[in-house]
Design a protein around this ligand. Sequence first.
Ligand code: HEC
Length: 440
Amino acid sequence: MEELYAQHCQVCHGEKLEGGLGASLIDGEWRSDGSIRTLMDILRNGQPEFGMPGFAGQLSESEMRALVIYIQEREKYALEQPPKPEPGTKNVYSVAGERFRLEKVASGLATPWSVAFLPEGRFLVTEKLGGLRIIEANGKFGEPIKRTPAVFNKGQGGLLEVALHPDYAKNGWVYLAFSDADGDVSMTKIVRGKISGNNWVEQETIFEAPKKFYTNRGHHFGCRIAFDDKGYLFFSIGERGQQEQAQDTIRPNGKIHRIHDDGRIPSDNPFVENGFLTIWSYGNRNPQGLDFHPETGVLWESEHGPRGGDELNVIQRGANYGWPIVTYGMNYNGTPITSETSRPGMEQPIHYWTPSIAVCGIDFYEGDAFPSWKNRLLVGSLRQQELHLITLDGESVVRDEIILEDRGRVRDVASGPDGAIYLVLNSPDELARLVSQPKD
Ligand code: HEC
C-alpha cells in the first residue's frame, strides 16, 4: 500500500501525506464530505477543476479502496491526542466526565486472557498457556487449579475464556473455552466444571465440533462466552484462518453459536434444518468480545477484522455479517481484499475502526462508581493499547472516546461487582482496574 501511494500519489500529496501540490490528506479537513463514497469517487474520476487526476483506468477498485483505508489510517494517527495522566501523577486521569486511578491488582501472570468475578472479591483468571488461577482480593495467588483440560497452546490457541454460570452462587458451574487439540489439529471447545479446593472437578463437555472440522491453522479461535437471562449460552468461533468458510453454514468456524447452558441444542436455532446445528449467526471473522446490553437484552459483538476492518456488530438470529465478501479492511500487508463494503442480505457493522485497533473484549458498564458511564460500552484494544468508551443512542454510535492508552494490550475488560472497571492486560501481563476518584 505504501508503494502504491508512493508510486501514484506522493509526488503531489507529499511523502507523509502532508500535502504539496495537492492538499494535505491528514489534517482532518476535507473539501468534500470526506466519506468513503466521496473519496472513492474522487480517486476514480479526479477533480480536474482542482488539478486532481482520475485513476479509474490505472488502479483497480479494490486498490483505490485500499488507498482510502490507508489515508484514513494516516489521518487518525496524525490527529490523535491520547489521554494523559493528570500533571504530577502517573496513574490518575480525568477523562470523559469521570476521574479514575489506574491500579494494579495482580502481576506475574502468564499471558492472562479473561477474568470472572468470584464471591468475596476474588477473581478467576485464565492464562493462555493453560493455567486457571484464583486471585485473592489482595492480588495474591497460588498454584494454578489442578486437572483443568489440556489445551493446544500454539499461535493464538490456548486456555482463553472463563465465565461463571448466571446462577453460579447456587450451582457452582464455571465455563471454559479453549483450543482443543487432536494430534496437530485443533478447534474451539467448551467445557464446564466446578472448583473444589484447588481442583477442577465434575467436568462436562458443553460444545465440541466433530473432528473433521479441526484444522492445523493456529489462529482465530474466537472463544468469548455470554449468557442471556433465558438460560442460553452464546459463544464465538473465529474462521480459523480459512476466510471463505465463514460463509459456509455447514461448518462451525466464523460463527456465533447458541446452545443451552448444559450444551443441549435449541430446536429453534436457525440452521437446525440444513446446517451446523448450533449456529446463530455467520460471516464473523474472529469475534473477541460478546456482551448483552443490560437494558435492551440485545447481543453486541466485537470482531477482530483485517487491517482497517475491526467491527462492532449487533448480532441477530440467522444473519450474515459478510466476512470475507464485504469488509471495511484490507490485508495486513496492504494488499486489497475486496472493494465491497456492503451487499444486500449482509449486515453492516454498527461501527468499524480504521485504522484497526485490534479490538478485543467488550463489556457494558453496569456499576455505580462512574455514573455517567452507566450502560455505555467499554471496548479493549490490543495493538493500539486503548480502552474505548462508546456512547450509544439505540443501535447507533454517538461517540467513541479513548479513555486510556499505552498502558498495555487490553485483552479483556469487565465491569466489576464493586463498580471498578477491570482490565486483563498483556505486556505487561497484569490484572488492573480503574477505580473512581473524587472530583475536585
Ligand atoms: C498531479 C498531482 C496529483 C496526484 C498525482 C494525485 N493528486 Fe490527489 N489531489 C491533487 C489536487 C491538486 C487536489 C485538490 C487539492 C485541494 O483540495 O485543494 C487533490 C485532491 C485529492 C483528494 C480530495 C481532498 C479533499 O479535500 O476532498 C483526495 C482524497 C486525493 N487527492 C487523493 C489522492 C490519491 C490517493 C492519489 C494517488 C492515487 C492522488 N490524490 C494523486 C493532486 C494530485
